[in-house]
Design a protein around this ligand. Sequence first.
Ligand code: PMP
Length: 367
Amino acid sequence: MPNPLDKIKTQVKKLSAYTLNAPECRVKINQNENPYDMPEEIKTQVLARLANRPWSRYPTFVPVDLLVTMARFSSWRADGILAGNGSNELIQALLTVTVGPGTKVLISEPTFTLYRLLIEILGGEVISLPLTSDLQYDTDLIKHTVIEKAIDLVIICSPNNPTGGVIKDKDLIELLTDFSGLVILDEAYHEFSEHTVVPLLKQFSNLIVLRTFSKAMAMAGLRVGYLLSHPDLAREIAKAKLPYNLNFFSLTAAIVTMEHFDLLAPIINKLIAERERLFTALSQIPGLQPIPSQANFILTKTSISPSELMAKLQAKDILARDVSRYPMLNNYVRFSVGTEKENNELIETLQEIFTNHPIVGQNLPLN
Ligand code: PMP
């Protein structure tokens, strides 16, 4: 009998699937979601608009209203924007039209694991550079390697998931200037860094920016992301996007959310302030060493093994993220910034765990 699996690409069979095995916990700080949920006023408006629309009809082929609202919201042109079912879908579409056997894609790891997975599925070559020892982008090494290795594409996640570091505009501009390939800048967490690279699109036609509604915009459950680039690039990438990829529920919610961003802005500011408060509290717990973050999560080195720490937190109904399998991060966990109350609970629980741990700070070196 022929084995049907013989027809699956060899490189795919070697890969592990992107999965998340997460138990239910009361305090959920494992996926960098907005813990405050969408303001009620926005939910009510979305539901009213949906009630007035026939559900039996497809969404419009090109979601013009959404793209025009995104253009106004991001200060970029509508014909240079694509909307997707989460930014994941756009990462996939973008890599589908650019990556094949022989394509060299440079990433700095640890970073968001989906990039490597998709590049490998498509048969491209991942050129991986480490972050610096303090987990920042090694921009000199990146600039040097893109030329030396004749790289086609560079993917930079800024703020980076799971480390929280950013690339400076100056370094990004130098890279965009000297390098003739494409630079993909995933700014899924940009609101928390109070910075965006979108203004650089005017100057650099080799820049592609990715954004999402899943984090600051409090819409992870509805799956909306967008891509911003030169219109010629957007037109090509659109060819790999499925028709009607965005359902009108999500599309409507994204429009109303942008129209009422004034209701979300204070929540985002609150999360930024909470991140700073959480950072200070974590750095005062012996056995923990948080890494400064520009996102809504804090990568933290722990003297208790990550799996043991996760188990102790879960016993208190707190779900954080064990990132110890990422390169360079074998002693690390990641805490998403929760509500003020959740952060207090996390801090108190960690203080208790580390105070009661008999060999605190000794079983794993902190540096
Ligand atoms: N980029 C980064 C850096 C992320 O961390 C995530 C989600 N974890 C995504 C993209 C995907 O987000 P979306 O929900 O928009 O698909």
